[in-house]
Design a protein around this ligand. Structure first.
Ligand code: SAM
Length: 308
């Protein structure tokens, strides 16, 4: 099933957490001169218009990145340097009312010696991705080169298993499924464990939703990943960052009231936050990531005091 469209959700709280962690990992890979390979298994279209009707309909960007950028304007002294790398790139696109998806963030942070491998299955999304990846307005500002980019219209799980370990040895993968099927939770754990066995120095980033009705699947996915990875190497650094922005049971009434139709309210979304689990996490991701999550909770969360 390919009915998910990221244009409805681009720039929401989940993108902020995911893309902050992504930039942190890319910066840490850039600290060494030798090349690396970055895989993005579920790429989406790479670039989103925040004035698009789909974005305006959900209001998710307004409660997410737009709210965050406004808060940062009012708090100029805010200084987590790792977080500001993410904010810098977002601000550049925001000048044109755009929000960069993961493939453009990767392309813009990577160097000419690196390799970026993207896969996407949706026919319209992949067409847009091809077009957007060739648009170079952010890089032109910095006058630097792109990495080599390969775009596959291919199942991301299959692509990752087929192309790892990469010839560069060094590298990372972002796995960002839409979780349209409940089997995706099991598939994510199975694929990561299979690939980790043959590429145990790769950095794995998995985004997952916090959904009240999927708690069992989510917890079992996280437990399976941790135990299988530690079976291969018990010292592997695993960091799990979670950003909760709504009260688990009450968020619809408290936040999205203005934008949900009566029909939507009968079947309210249950996404109250999201998480990023990172295997072979870079140095200081846990410490710095927790500070950023705390800051984000204060700025974009709708949680009541007693639950935050
Ligand atoms: N990673 C993107 C970002 O951060 O900007 C957003 C990706 S979106 C959450 C998930 C994407 O995965 C959708 O565009 C969907 O069409 C695509 N997709 C779903 N199943 C897939 C599969 N098996 N292989 C590759 N892409 C898939």
């Amino acid at each position: 099933m390919l009915s998910y469209q990221h244009a409805y959700h681009a720039g929401n709280h989940a993108d902020i957490l995911k893309h902050f962690v992504l930039t942190f990992v890319l910066k840490s890979l850039n600290k060494k001169e030798n090349p690396y390979t970055f895989f993005d298994t579920h790429s989406g279209s790479g670039l989103y218009d925040l004035e698009d009707n789909r974005s305006l309909k959900t209001g998710e960007a307004s409660c997410g990145i737009k709210k965050l950028l406004k808060a940062l304007d009012d708090t100029p002294c805010f200084d987590f340097p790792d977080f500001l790398d993410y904010i810098d790139i977002v601000k550049t696109y925001a000048k044109k009312n755009l929000y960069p998806g993961s493939p453009l963030i990767e392309r813009d942070f990577m160097r000419s010696q690196d390799f970026l491998i993207l896969s996407e299955l949706h026919p319209q999304e992949i067409e847009n991705l091809r077009e957007n990846i060739n648009d170079s307005f952010y890089k032109k500002l910095e006058d630097s080169d792109f990495p080599s980019v390969m775009i596959h219209k291919r199942d991301g799980w299959e692509m990752l298993k087929a192309l790892t370990p990469p010839h560069t040895k060094r590298g990372a993968v972002l796995i960002d499924p839409s979780y349209e099927e409940s089997e995706d939770y099991e598939l994510a754990a199975k694929t990561i464990c299979e690939v980790f066995k043959k590429w145990s120095n790769g950095i794995f980033l998995l985004w997952y939703p916090l959904l009240a009705h999927r708690e069992t699947e989510i917890n079992s996915m996280l437990e399976n990943i941790k135990s299988d990875v530690r079976r291969v190497n018990k010292n592997t650094e695993i960091v799990n960052l979670k950003l909760c922005v709504f009260d688990k049971d009450r968020h619809v009434e408290k936040s999205l009231d203005m934008v949900l139709s009566d029909e939507d309210k009968k079947n309210p979304p249950r996404l109250y936050g999201s998480g990023m689990i990172v295997i072979n996490a870079p140095w200081k991701l846990k410490e710095n990531g927790e500070k950023v999550v705390e800051f984000l909770k204060n700025v974009i969360s709708f949680q009541s005091q007693e639950e935050s």
